[in-house]
Write a protein that binds this ligand. Sequence first.
Ligand code: NI
Length: 160
Amino acid sequence: MALRNVLIRDDDNETLRKKSREITEINEKILTLIEDMKETMYAQNGVGLAAPQVGVLKRLIVIDIGDGPIVLINPVIVYQKGSQKEMEGCLSVPGVWGIVERPTHVIVRGTTPEGEEVEVEGEGLLAVALCHEIDHLNGTLYTDKVIEYVDQDGAAKGGK
Ligand code: NI
């Protein structure tokens, strides 16, 4: 396993803006990428990481909101409901936080590293994390959707 370099928006906005491709075969390279992405996420105290953030334009996300790692290959939101406005940050946009509107509840279909098709239900923070990471696969950053930027403690900074 190895730490991967996380792309920063201000250094490499181009890669972060590209649409990632579906993964057609879960080979050794993909399994290594998954382990590296988990290690990188934990090393940077992130709650999620998408493959394009480490420069790999493939549809793969890792998330851990504190309940253990979730790895999804080719994730697709198949159901969503509700609305919540919560604070988000991103390892690719360091030192910045903002309020974003997301569904309160999502169901995401995807494939596990073992090749099993699964559905992951997410509410609250997990719904936010799933939407945020899947957005990365389509070249979207949460800053595109920010309602208001805030300090790390959530205090409003005003403006956009
Ligand atoms: Ni992010």
